[in-house]
Design a protein around this ligand. Structure first.
Ligand SMILES: *[C@@H]1O[C@H](CO)[C@@H](O)[C@H](O)[C@H]1NC(C)=O
Ligand SMILES: *[C@@H]1O[C@H](CO)[C@@H](O)[C@H](O)[C@H]1NC(C)=O
Length: 373
């Protein structure tokens, strides 16, 4: 009894700390600008505190007495979760969301899995990745694609190639109407990465020309947060292989990339890129990488990008957005620490309503990693 109460208190404490931390992130940089520009990040002591709390919780959850000795109110742990945890470690962040994890691992082995890709994605976005494996069959769409994707910009997609249960839209026409410019309207996608309207654009022919004139070959790339894979689709036509990391966010991004014949990696931003050191020539970050990403996480992300890039490879920040003052004081210096050559560095006002309200700017930068370290 006392044990459970103690655990609950700890969980409460952890929740409060986590919320303080996220509030801190949302308000951090500019609130402090009148003061000297010293601690613009989450203070280390707060991070340490949070880590200590998490470690304690993990310790406690791992050493809980067996169900027979605790109070009857304790939720039963799904048997397949128990079994799996004996085979393979479960990410520490999974332990912070026992409710979601238990729900995810409550299923009938050897039968159809529950239709819960949204639950899986919720866990992944909370850092519970990789997810535990399950012994069930995931449902397949009524019709698999029946032809080779010769054209990655088809005039339409076939609704029955996708399971729509988890999405608010139930068809491609709904998606294209409800959320334009999110990668489902191929008549818009076809001109992306090929036109130069402002200084913030870097058309692919120009990118390849830059690389060629530096005698730097681009064969293989990663597009981080690449939606339905349009960058990969375009690069494929230049015989460059690009893999796309993409989450679903209430739309079938992964499925559509696959239908287009492109490799979708269902990997969140906080995950180490699943390739070896120095094996890719190009990493592109679209505007999924922006000021809403906690600064520390962004820093780890950038250094992981550096890890996977070969010497002389390119890091392309495409329409990264932040407040102008933060670009000068925080993100600019952070990018500078990588020690890359600035091949392109263009900053422009973000002129949509939230951009105007928050004084945001876009940065498009093409950076080249030093040839050797
Ligand atoms: C891509 O490769 C194919 C087959 O080798 C070749 O015919 C085509 O010209 C190449 N395209 C480009 C843009 O290099
Ligand atoms: C960008 O916005 C700033 C502040 O809102 C303004 O002073 C500046 O003139 C704008 N620049 C351009 C090119 O519109």
């Amino acid at each position: 009894m006392g044990f459970t109460m103690g655990l609950n208190l700890l969980l409460l404490l952890a929740m409060v700390a986590t919320n303080i931390l996220s509030l801190y992130h949302l308000s951090a940089p500019t609130l402090q600008s009148p003061k000297p520009p010293a601690p613009l990040q989450v203070p280390d002591h707060l991070l340490h505190q949070l880590q200590a709390i998490r470690a304690t919780i993990n310790h406690l959850t791992r050493h809980q007495p067996s169900p027979s000795t605790t109070s009857q109110s304790k939720p039963t742990i799904p048997s397949d979760l128990l079994l799996y945890s004996q085979l393979s470690p479960i990410a520490s962040s999974c332990h912070n969301h026992p409710d979601l994890l238990h729900k995810y691992m409550s299923y009938t082995p050897y039968s159809l899995c529950p239709l819960d890709s949204d639950l899986a994605e919720s866990l992944i976005l909370r850092g519970c990745h990789p997810l535990p494996r399950r012994r069930c069959f995931s449902k397949t769409p009524s019709k698999p694609p029946s032809s080779l994707p010769r054209n990655p910009f088809p005039s339409s997609f076939i609704d029955s190639n996708v399971i729509w249960a988890q999405y608010s839209c139930k068809s491609f026409s709904c998606l294209a109407k409800q959320s334009p410019n999110t990668g489902f309207d191929m008549s818009a996608e076809i001109s992306r990465f090929m036109t130069y309207k402002t200084e913030l654009d870097l058309p692919i022919p120009q990118l390849l020309q830059v690389a060629k004139s530096a005698s730097s070959l681009i064969r293989l790339g990663i597009d981080i947060g690449g939606g339905t894979g349009t960058f990969a689709a375009r690069m494929k036509q230049y015989n460059v292989t690009v893999i796309t990391t993409t989450m679903n966010f209430n739309a079938p991004n992964n499925e559509v990339a696959a239908i287009r014949g492109l490799v979708p990696l269902h990997v969140p931003l906080q995950q180490r890129l699943p390739v070896f050191d120095g094996v890719v020539d190009l990493v592109r970050c679209g505007h999924a990488i922006n000021r809403w990403i906690p600064l520390k996480m962004m820093e780890f992300l950038f250094y992981d990008v550096d890890r996977v890039l070969r010497g002389g490879g390119y890091f392309w920040l495409d329409h990264f957005f932040s407040k102008k003052v933060d670009l000068d004081k925080i993100y600019g210096p952070l990018i500078g620490k990588l020690g890359y050559k600035k091949v392109k560095w263009a900053v422009g006002n973000k002129t949509d309503s939230s951009g105007l309200k928050n004084g945001e700017v876009y940065l498009t930068a093409l950076l080249q990693k030093p040839v050797s370290r």
